[in-house]
Write a protein that binds this ligand. Sequence first.
Ligand SMILES: NC(=O)C1=CN([C@@H]2O[C@H](COP(=O)(O)OP(=O)(O)OC[C@H]3O[C@@H](n4cnc5c(N)ncnc54)[C@H](OP(=O)(O)O)[C@@H]3O)[C@@H](O)[C@H]2O)C=CC1
Ligand SMILES: N[C@@H](CC=O)C(=O)O
Length: 415
Amino acid sequence: MSAINVALLGFGTVGQGVCEAIDTHQERLKEVLGKEVKIRAILIKDPSKQREIDPSIRITTDFKDILDIPDLHVIFEAIVGEEPTYTYVTQAIEKGIHVITANKAMFAKYGPELLKKASHNGVSLGFEATTAGGIPVIGTIRQLLKVNEIKSIQGILNGTSNFILSQMRKKGLSFETALKQAQEKGYAEADPTNDIEGYDAFYKLLILSQTAFGRQPDWKDIRQKGITHLTAEWLQAAESFRLRFKHVGSLERDGFNRIKGGVEPILVHDTHPFYGVEDVENAISLKGSLVGRVTLLGPGAGKYPTGSAMVEDFLSLIEGKYTVSPEKTVTSEDIQEESMGQWVLRFKEKEEYQSWITPFTLKDRIQLGDDLYVFVEGRQEELDYLLQSHEHIQAVSILDEIPLENEVKEGLAVS
Ligand SMILES: NC(=O)C1=CN([C@@H]2O[C@H](COP(=O)(O)OP(=O)(O)OC[C@H]3O[C@@H](n4cnc5c(N)ncnc54)[C@H](OP(=O)(O)O)[C@@H]3O)[C@@H](O)[C@H]2O)C=CC1
Ligand SMILES: N[C@@H](CC=O)C(=O)O
């Protein structure tokens, strides 16, 4: 029985997850593929680090050694940053080697080009692990929602941020302590700025856009804000109104087929599917033209969930499910939808507007903090009044949000 030869780029949290997944599930892989999967080599950066690696696997710091492996079928790419990753992936594809990547910073930027190159060279490029850790969202869109036209996407897309917000709220931890724990658990990026300032979720949102809508919006049109300004007091104050702050990415196509959206902290009510998404979990809610709203939930980061995503991607790739470039043709022009009644309110703070999404009906104004208010059970006219009477609040757009299940709707505003 011949083997499927693979190599790993990177042996950090994700690389180790892939290695262990292959090791512990070798029998299962053999059963499905009819062949053994053999890790031939691992590319690392720092040769002085102590590692527990099967001595039959070659360890190298030179990517040329990887390219020179005879009959190498697949490369699992789990290193950091745009370069040298883009160069390595390009060279692998040009050599006819399939690639599976976890690197969203690289893939958000170069994904469209690399997918074309892969298609041109007759190889596949799997990228399930770039987005939402272990949740099979890319596969769901690529393989299971081919007829449905995706109209909108919302997601908690960064495990580290969600973990920090949950820990600050539940245990009153400081931001720094919660971040440190996320780093120790292997959730955070090498540079956690990407997690806490929203870049990581931003990249994932662009990858989802490419996959679901067949293209990306202009990057500068996508709002991007992290979680660093949120305090434990705010998180706990909101809780008493059955509201939670979640860092959410959202995208929708407007009537002119433009893609709009952003990543930012929003408040969700306890009837919202994202309310109970806690710690390292991620969630993605897709609205399809036939199926309606589908919400996927699961672990958004970490060694085993990400290892799982890459190995499942590998199986799909070997089984030939990804032989065609996943880019869809954008067809429909008539995607204008009736508003579900959700507004983005923007609040001016130090000459800058910050945005939170809030349901539109308002009634009683209850003070939460010095300059933080919640509005409960009101009407459209009251929102209009609020907007007119507070020059520092703007309603900038209506989102196709998940409707709240009951009639009591709440919003939060800074006044
Ligand atoms: N952590 C997670 O939960 C998830 C991470 N990802 C993505 O996966 C990738 C890897 O993340 P993660 O495993 O957490 O990162 P780590 O920092 O834990 O590991 C990175 C690995 O890449 C190696 N590496 C870095 N730069 C180079 C280079 N230039 N040449 C060769 N090897 C290099 C490092 O080598 P050395 O060991 O020698 O330092 C290390 O083994 C990232 O792109 C990340 O965004 C995606 C989904 C989830
Ligand atoms: N740093 C990322 C890892 C997974 O993509 C996160 O926290 O979500």
